[in-house]
Design a binder for this molecule. Structure first.
Ligand SMILES: Cc1cc2nc3c(=O)[nH]c(=O)nc-3n(C[C@H](O)[C@H](O)[C@H](O)COP(=O)(O)OP(=O)(O)OC[C@H]3O[C@@H](n4cnc5c(N)ncnc54)[C@H](O)[C@@H]3O)c2cc1C
Length: 390
């Protein structure tokens, strides 16, 4: 029995058995092994979730030996990839086929199955989260059956599987909708929050990706914009805070200072007032806070449990040092997010109950109905996931 911990070290567990499959047969055997004594299963990617979504004391299935691009289709602008493939492993092979992900998050260390399971997203008012790029999935459900699902085949299972929170099976392969390879021009600058919000609509609408980190100690915003470009040497030699490169080299950053995080999605029109309320509260109640708030945008979609379902969205995240108790900060932030109709990120810290979450999503009960139908004995229902049942 070896202990599991997530990236930050704030979440730990002691799985009874661990598997590291390298074939579909071994993946299936791991699921069937869990079924022998009803041990709750978690398949894990990079364990980068801040919440307990990846934790289990039952059977842990690590997918580090189940990685790689299986095929690409330049005409259809799509690719099939193994579920354990890390996002940084996609850049080069997709680029060689003239393809790229439509968007990426802040980092590229996550696995594709982990990222899609939690609705991982980047920033941009025309860009949706990664679960929206899934066009088909192959997974092993609780019975041990291998099932292919898509909008045309097992559509309800597909709806749950593409944003699964690990709850409906072990994903084997993911078929992704992509776009042609593209270059981005990055600009970074510092600006006061008042100046940023005086032109926030212009900043978000005028660039493909806009985001900022507000640093409470300096009361300043570290802003970043990325725009598509066909020009520019790489790097731009004369500009200190600008660079140009292929999307997979530009979008993600290195975030290696360990922290823990809460993130909420609020309706886009409430983003500025929600940020203002957080800024005021943090300045008055947490004057020593060293960690920033991050402000991003996300296009509306119609996935059952996407935090952007049915509404254009602003996402705001709060961070805390792993050596500190994060609860006072996160509870204070969550109170403000709740006042602004916030929906919590599926891979980050929150304190909402299943009944409360059901109020936030028109199809929350449907998601659970389909999940339960495919896993009646609760093999994929860890205590954490069960706590989110409506
Ligand atoms: C430094 C850092 C930066 C981050 N930046 C962003 C960001 O920019 N945007 C954003 O939205 N989020 C961000 N996150 C959150 C992160 O993207 C998500 O938590 C994501 O789920 C992590 O992917 P992972 O591969 O580590 O998944 P894990 O944490 O390992 O697992 C997440 C969930 O996916 C399930 N899962 C994994 N693989 C499979 C599989 N094969 N079959 C079935 N279920 C599976 C797990 O069971 C679990 O429920 C960040 C996290 C960190 C630590």
């Amino acid at each position: 029995m070896t202990e599991w911990s997530n990236w930050s070290g704030k979440q730990t567990d002691a799985p009874r058995r661990r598997f590291r499959p390298s074939s579909e047969v071994e993946l299936r055997d791991a699921v069937l092994d869990a079924a022998t004594d009803g041990s709750p299963i978690r398949a894990i990617g990079a364990s980068h979730s801040h919440s307990r979504v990846a934790a289990t004391d039952g059977v842990l299935i690590e997918l580090d030996d189940w990685q790689g691009v299986v095929s690409t289709d330049a005409d259809e602008q799509s690719a099939v990839v193994r579920s354990g493939t890390r996002i940084f492993q996609l850049g080069q092979p997709l680029h060689a086929a003239g393809l790229a992900l439509k968007n990426q998050g802040d980092i590229d260390k996550q696995s594709i199955a982990g990222a899609t399971a939690t609705g991982t997203h980047g920033t941009g008012p025309t860009l949706q989260n990664l679960s929206n790029s899934v066009q088909a999935m192959r997974l092993i459900v609780a019975s041990g059956d291998l099932v292919d699902c898509s909008p045309d085949s097992e559509p309800e299972l597909f709806e749950v599987a593409r944003h699964s929170v690990g709850g409906v099976g072990v994903v084997v392969d993911v078929s992704l909708a992509l776009r042609s390879a593209y270059r981005l021009h990055e600009k970074q600058w510092l600006e006061s929050p008042d100046d940023v919000f005086a032109r926030i609509d212009e900043l978000t609408a005028a660039t493909r990706h806009f985001e900022f980190f507000w640093m409470p100690q300096r009361d300043a915003c570290a802003c970043k914009s990325l725009d598509e470009t066909d020009t520019g040497p790489d790097p731009l030699p004369h500009l200190e805070h600008e660079r140009v490169g292929w999307s997979h080299d530009i979008i993600s950053s290195i975030r290696d200072v360990k922290h823990t995080e809460m993130e909420y999605s609020v309706p886009a029109e409430l983003g500025p007032v929600c940020f203002a309320a957080l800024r005021e509260m943090l300045q008055s109640d947490f004057p020593d806070l060293q960690w920033p708030l991050e402000y991003r945008t996300l296009r509306a979609d119609d996935l059952w449990i996407s935090t952007a379902t049915g509404r254009e969205t602003v996402t705001i995240s709060a961070h805390q040092d792993i050596a500190l108790d994060d609860r006072p900060l996160f509870e204070a932030c969550e109170a403000i997010f709740r006042q602004h109709h916030g929906r919590p990120h599926w891979g980050k810290v929150h304190y909402q109950t299943g009944r409360e979450l059901a109020e936030l999503y028109p199809h929350y009960v449907d998601w659970w109905r389909v999940r339960d139908a495919h896993d009646p004995d609760g093999l994929f229902l860890t205590p954490y996931l069960a706590s989110l049942r409506p």
